[in-house]
Design a protein around this ligand. Structure first.
Ligand SMILES: Cc1cc2nc3c(=O)[nH]c(=O)nc-3n(C[C@H](O)[C@H](O)[C@H](O)COP(=O)(O)OP(=O)(O)OC[C@H]3O[C@@H](n4cnc5c(N)ncnc54)[C@H](O)[C@@H]3O)c2cc1C
Length: 440
């Protein structure tokens, strides 16, 4: 294939959770003209393509099944084209990293809604996964709710602006690239009191305390559970509120890990067992308990590169389930915890966020009032018998599962409330990317 002057490289790419990898031709168009030219060459040659700009996708979402499938990065589509203070919106190109936008617009005491935790997530990736932040409200539940309009390159090669036409706009939210390429997004933004937030943490002793803690209002909130559910520190609540403060608390943190650091973390994987993981979490709770400190909002969202390295300690990668518990949080969570304990499954982490139902109907959405529970498991440690009971529990209770995380459900979960959608989604992915689950 002749790409003419378009910049490209051939390299190995990996899913963030370290389950799939593939050699790929990655093309970096610099502008719309180059992108359109590239798409027309791909079509003429009857090839396939997928978009991959950030590096926080799970499983097959942006891994090419073969070398014939071209990977397109929109990393040069990274500009903020408009920032309207009065009407509180931003227009930004789809390849811009959310982390960079947060850093840029905080100077104007503004920020985005539904910011996901990964520091290498693009605007296109966040729309395509309809991300959930730590600030879900009945007004803006997830990323798609802040969307005002989109500029897209449709599958027939035309640039289209899609504004508030409900179906057309909403079908791009959670579509994982199936609907066409997102070029630009206009998003609602919110005013903050300063560049800083006041972070408070609190140790919680049981599930009931976890549920009650979510009743207290704050701008940002999430709760992390001890994977061993020890009574002394069952969970820790992280709450942050925008504060008035002119002091500059920003700390420059290098979020990019070098090869040396990655190899050290990989090496630590050999020592991960229930004892060392228990000790690790002991320190985690000790270091984070009873914090009451002001910090920069960018540092609050992106406080360390090490969470990005977690999959490296799992030789076979991470299996990340995010489920929505709509009702009876205490009893449903107890069932999950009992099953994990009984089968000696100790997750890498468990994080709970409160989620509100959106008024919009997105193509894919984790959409209801409830608690989003992310449970991340080390694939290497899961032998068949002890894992089945946990999986059966998730299936039996028909929890809604966040498709942006594991593909496991996508491939195997047949009896789903939303059967029609799931089969449609699956078909599109299968047709397009040849999803197989064993391409590593
Ligand atoms: C450390 C970490 C923390 C996370 N925290 C959260 C969180 O708090 N909340 C949450 O909901 N999720 C969270 N996620 C999940 C993350 O938001 C999704 O996996 C997201 O889709 C990743 O986007 P990306 O830009 O990194 O990936 P990419 O691989 O670039 O894109 C992801 C998907 O979107 C499609 N896509 C990307 N750009 C475009 C475009 N311009 N047009 C059309 N399709 C496009 C891709 O084809 C792919 O299917 C987290 C992930 C990690 C690794």
């Amino acid at each position: 294939m002749d790409f003419n002057t378009i910049k490209f490289e051939k390299k190995k790419i990996e899913s963030w959770n370290n389950t799939l990898s593939s050699k790929a031709y990655i093309l970096y168009p610099k502008n719309i003209l180059e992108l359109k030219k590239l798409i027309s060459i791909i079509k003429k040659d009857k090839k396939k393509y997928l978009i991959r700009t950030g590096s926080c996708s799970y499983d097959s979402k942006s891994i090419n099944p073969d070398l014939e499938t071209i990977v397109i990065s929109l990393k040069y589509f990274n500009k903020i084209t408009k920032l309207d203070f009065k009407n509180k919106f931003i227009e930004v190109e789809a390849g811009a990293l959310i982390e960079k936008i947060i850093k840029e617009i905080k100077k104007n005491h503004l920020t985005l809604f539904s910011v996901p935790g990964g520091d290498k997530i693009s605007i296109g990736g966040a729309i395509s996964a309809n991300t959930i932040g730590k600030d879900s409200t009945p007004g803006i539940s997830s990323f798609g709710d802040a969307l005002i309009s989109l500029e897209i390159l449709s599958n027939d090669g035309k640039i289209k602006k899609i504004s508030k036409n409900k179906y057309n706009l909403n079908k791009y939210v959670g579509a994982f690239g199936n609907e066409g390429i997102i070029l630009k997004a206009k998003l609602k933004i919110k005013k903050i009191k300063s560049e800083n937030v006041l972070l408070k943490t609190k140790i919680l002793k049981n599930i009931n305390e976890v549920r009650k803690e979510f009743n207290y209002k704050s701008d940002y909130h999430y709760i992390q559970l001890d994977p061993f559910f020890r009574k002394k520190h069952f969970a820790i609540s992280f709450k942050a509120d925008s504060v008035k403060s002119n002091k500059n608390y920003y700390k420059s943190i290098n979020l990019k890990a070098n090869i040396f650091e990655k190899e050290i973390i990989r090496f630590f994987g050999f020592f991960i067992n229930s004892l060392t993981w228990k000790i690790f979490y002991k320190f985690f709770f000790l270091l984070n308990s009873n914090l009451n400190m002001i910090l920069d909002i960018h540092n609050f969202h992106y406080n360390s590169k090490y969470k990005h390295l977690v999959p490296l300690v799992c030789k076979k990668g991470l299996l990340d389930y995010e489920i929505l518990i709509k009702k009876n949080f205490n009893s449903e969570m107890s069932k999950i915890i009992d099953t994990l304990k009984k089968n000696k499954i100790y997750p890498m982490y468990i994080i709970v966020k409160k989620l509100y139902r959106s008024k919009k109907k997105f193509y894919y959405s984790f959409n209801d009032n409830g608690y989003a529970v992310a449970i991340s498991l080390n694939k290497k440690k899961l032998n068949y018998e002890n894992f089945e009971e946990f999986k059966n529990l998730l299936n039996k209770n028909k929890y809604q599962v966040n498709l942006s995380k594991t593909d496991e459900k996508l491939i195997k979960f047949k009896k789903n409330n939303n059967k029609l959608f799931l089969s449609l989604y699956k078909k599109m992915l299968l047709d397009r990317y040849g999803l197989s689950g064993s391409r590593a």
